[in-house]
Design a protein around this ligand. Structure first.
Ligand code: ATP
Length: 232
């Protein structure tokens, strides 16, 4: 069974089809890099896969189930635009709160573990509003991993990260893959993404122009897919 299935998905904003009959899948343990120009539909697709918005037509499945089911939501971790943590709480309070929402057995223990893994242990009691951008990003990463999701959905995860946060995220993503987790990530940072990806999909104006395994050619020349399948 696929970890992520996208079957004939259309998404309209008014009359405008932001996704046109998208067919994609990711097997368990795969890392699918979603590439495409600004406005190609990557964010729309990831948000639809995450169950934040419904497809106009077609179907999304996460291990065979709707992403909108409560049980399925627990299987997913999301990193996207806008940092989904509370400014007026400390880092530890944030993660403990989210751990409670996810129904973890020991939310504080999990929170402390992920603060350590993202290098935020030392500032765990500091208010997030006083954090640097890089620290907030690492906290958002910790939040996405906290509940042990099987599927990670990442919208431009490397954008606006400082070097340290990039290193932390790359390490965690490698560990997640080694652990059999599935990743779908949109990105403009081709080099970072292609190093990690097992598969690549190119969106052109809401349509899949290419979907296939990542090859050595792509790693050697990150622009290869665009040159061959892009819109010129
Ligand atoms: P970027 O790389 O800039 O984030 P993207 O590939 O993620 O782009 P989307 O953000 O998914 O692309 O947008 C796809 C298309 O849908 C664009 O033409 C965009 O203008 C349009 N669009 C996105 N969100 C909305 C919305 N809420 N209402 C109307 N149109 C939208």
């Amino acid at each position: 069974m696929n970890a992520v299935g996208v079957e004939g998905v259309w998404k309209f904003y008014g009359d405008y089809p932001a996704l046109r009959n998208v067919e994609l899948s990711a097997a368990p343990g795969a890392c699918l890099a979603l590439i495409g120009r600004n406005g190609a539909g990557k964010t729309t697709l990831l948000r639809t896969i995450a169950g934040f918005s419904r497809p106009g037509k077609g179907k999304i499945t996460i291990f065979g189930n709707s992403p909108r089911d409560t049980e399925t939501r627990r299987l997913m971790g999301f990193i996207g635009h806008g940092i989904s943590v509370y400014d007026e709480l400390s880092a530890l309070e944030n993660l403990t709160l989210f751990g409670k929402l996810y129904g973890l057995a020991d939310p504080k223990k999990s929170a402390l573990e992920w603060l350590e893994r993202t290098g935020l242990e030392r500032v765990k009691d500091g208010l997030v509003r006083e954090f640097s951008r890089g620290m907030r990003q690492r906290l958002a990463v910790a939040r996405a991993f906290l509940h042990g999701p099987k599927v990670l959905l990442l919208d431009e995860p490397f954008t606006a990260l400082d070097d340290r946060a990039i290193a932390v995220l790359q390490r965690l993503l490698r560990e997640a893959l080694a652990d059999g987790k599935t990743i779908v990530m949109s990105t403009h940072q081709l080099r970072e993404a292609l190093e990690l990806a097992t598969h690549v999909a190119l969106l052109n104006r809401g349509q899949v122009a290419f979907h296939g395994p990542r090859t050595a050619e792509m790693v050697a020349d990150p622009g290869w897919v665009y040159a061959r399948y892009g819109e010129g």
